[in-house]
Design a protein around this ligand. Sequence first.
Ligand code: BTN
Length: 330
Amino acid sequence: MPEPAAGSEELVLAFLAEAEEDFVSGEAISDKLGLSRAAVWKHVRSLRARGYRIDAVPARGYRLAEIPDRLGALEIKPLLNTHDVGQVLHCSEELPSTSDLAKELAEQGAAHGEVVVAERQTAGRGRRGRAWSSPPGKNLYLSVVLRPQLPPQRASELTLVAALAVCDACRQAGVEAGIKWPNDVLAGDRKLAGILTELAAEPDAVQWVVVGIGVNLNTGREDFPEELRGVATSVALERGQPVPRALFAAALLSLLEQWLDRHADEGFEAVRRAWRERSVTLGREVRVEADGGEVVGVAEDLDETGALQVRAAGRLVRVVAGDVRLLRPR
Ligand code: BTN
């Protein structure tokens, strides 16, 4: 058999990561990937040296038991199942903000789907000028450059598309997550993840959109700053065990691409339906703080443009931007 081609270590890793069975035999890997059994073994040893824990049991085969908890291209790329999103990854130990770098790259011509990831941010930004707490080694901070074929007035739909992907990734990780309008992902009434969407547009076309996503993954209660302890949570706190961050990142990027494709193929209505199903806002009494003032009422629906319809004092108010606070538990 010829020497394995460059990149076949990544193929072995991807094969193990995607295996439906617990263990996969060396023979199955070797047949599927066209590698000799010796080459498979060589790749397993070199993956172990890179920090992957791979169990090898005679007569059963190999099992990927643990992946290194790093958010590098080497860890994320082999787990990705996408055509565009994340195919170009810019990974750093530290950045002021992944969205700042993504915006710079977008201005310099970055392609649709390029992703910026950082282990920590020194100036992480949230919506409405707030800071986003970004300690190292625990969470996920990433920003995706998108070049959608959309008029600028429809760009805000992408914020809801991203919320679906984040919510679904948290659910796949075993957390009962829901979406608070427009795009906060919650578990119970505590925040798991936030999304910040920024864009540049000409009068009739979007040039680029940068979707910045922060997910609290392995944060413990004591890791949150004092003022967030009562209102924030993490995937690990909710499911009771840490989450492999590269696996979560790859799943999130794959889901984001799937939802972007659906949005492009079927339009906003498909997104609206899915968003309603995952919403923790609809049917609740809410207080909305918007630039134009405050509205208190019952959140009735998401309209065909993505705005929130709130019934306040018998009148239906259309909210296009603002902060929603959920009042009274259901
Ligand atoms: C919010 O809920 O207020 C939005 C938070 C968005 C945070 C993410 S973390 C990755 C990206 N980089 C930033 O500076 N912000 C976004």
